[in-house]
Design a binder for this molecule. Sequence first.
Ligand SMILES: [Zn+2]
Length: 674
Amino acid sequence: MNANPLLQAWNTPHQLPPFDQVQAEHFEPAFDVLFAEHLAEIDQLAALNEPASFENTAAAFDRSGLRLERAQLLLDNLTSSETSPELQEVERRMASKLAEHRSRIYMHAGFFARLDAIHAQRDNLSLNEEQGRLLDLIHRDFVRAGAKLQGPARQRYAEVVSKLAELTTAFGQNVLADESEYALPLTENDLAGLPPFLLDAARAAAEARQLPGWVITLSRSSIVPFLTFSQRRDLREQAWRAWTGRGEYPERDNRPLAKQILALRVEQAKLLGYASFADYAIANRMAGAPAAVHALMDQVWEPAKARFESEKAMLREEAAKLGEPADIQPWDWFYLAEKVRIARYALDDAEIKPYFGLENMIKAMFDVAGRLFGLSFSERHDLKLYHPDVRAWDVSREGKVIALFLGDNYARQSKRGGAWMHVYRWQSRNGGETLPIVVNNNNFAKAGHGQTLLSFDDVRTLFHEFGHGLHGMLSNVEYRLVASPNSPWDYVELPSQLMENWALVPEVLEKHARHAETGAAIPAELVAKIKAARHFNQGFETVRYAASTLIDLALHERDDADGIDIAAFETAERERLGVPPAAGMNHRPPHFGHIFSGDAYAAGYYVYMWAEVLEAEAFGAFEEAGDPFDPELADKLYRYIYSAGDAREQRAAFRAFRGRDPQAEAMLKSRGLR
Ligand SMILES: [Zn+2]
């Protein structure tokens, strides 16, 4: 047998994973070795014969486990971007083992004793700000992992964490299976209203499944346009029910899993002395406590519902004109909204898309990164990547390569839905300069022929993920564990949401939003319409988002989840909050992957809106300066936001950038809720 590539040095450019050599069967044996190796490192730090110091505890901890992390990030990325039944099996089997290993490290009594001793003297150690932060964060992670627990509580805590990892993985896999198995086949007679780009993509999806005709999938870039354009109300209803029924298909019902997850989370929070999981989770974020989140949502919920009702009245008028039923159902909303949009804002996706070719938009975002941060991108064709659609760029700043950027933009069956950024390696200087490897994933429907064209929503998604990407690429810290985008989850969406603003900057559009066939710049009146249309449908969008947020909070603020019935709870909460039935929610609990396929966004779906408050304030600074590329602000943006990682406390970092604390007003205005 050949040597396991996960245990060898990676002598590739940028020490990129040797994608062509790694097989699913390499992971489990490698993890066994790497767990032992990492544990030995920590044992050694615990057994040091010299007094504990920042350097031999916190800094040394930051340098430990690197080979394990390398393999783990590779597995994470592959199971999301290019998975296989074999990899999923590995993922399922490794989930609890990885959690157990993490527990062994973070409950290491010997090492924690030294760390705790150093932490107790932190103010006398002459640490700089980043070092103080690193020490606090590592110490906090140990405490939150149960390092201070004794006896049976300690044992039980590890069990709870491990069981949670297993259940959340299963939850996510069920949703993925529902999404990848479902296909709505269409024949010649079912195509009324569908625009060419969707027909192209639906044809390609059918071919990929070796089916005749056209296929609509549950990928957002397939299902949402279908709901928007199909004139067939019966098919829209069928597609809608499949989409919103994910996670409760009888053979893979996620509701019992969600119930167990909630009960275990309450137990976890209580073991650490918190009243609820929401208290425990939010203590770790910029918001600090659930009350701060409610204070924000209270400013949003009623205005959003009021706006939703006025939008519904518009849709009713439109329905009457079209001879459609006045009783508007959620599967009618996208369709009628598009008609209203065309009637009132004359904004037609089919008219807009030719100006937003994917290739042009990639150039646009690189251009923005160049003007704001002095970055340049040079494509590499010599790297062996994990799929032919993936592209790679060396990223330079001030004449020096600072990152490798991967772009993986198209939907495929082996990739999960949605859009996200991840890393293959974090930036660091501790123990030697380490370049970050950053990947952006999108799920655009690849054009059957010609350039893939994007809706403006897709363009925003592209810029959004690129904002996360920049956060990772620009990270400029000493220690890996505080490298961007390692930030609290209600802060980490600031760099991404902020970047969306530059997609609508006139000089960027003038240069890059060029017609795919004629090369003509996008007409000014079309841009004006895109901007005017931004407030349209914000009632619907905000209600759907806020309803999911409020249900997430309600689920996680419980101090007892044993008797919970997920379906009944969802119904009762919708009733209590007055969620309008025609709105639906962004995510219903049975497929709410944000909160149930991992713990990062649990009691944390609010983070997008929290970050939107920060984002609206931050872009407001550029608007006040009258220049979207104002050099002084761009420099502050780099220093305090994009490069700072978690090396600075976020409220202070934001204040340093903006000169004041954030207020919700700019966000409410930009959503048209004022
Ligand atoms: Zn994001």
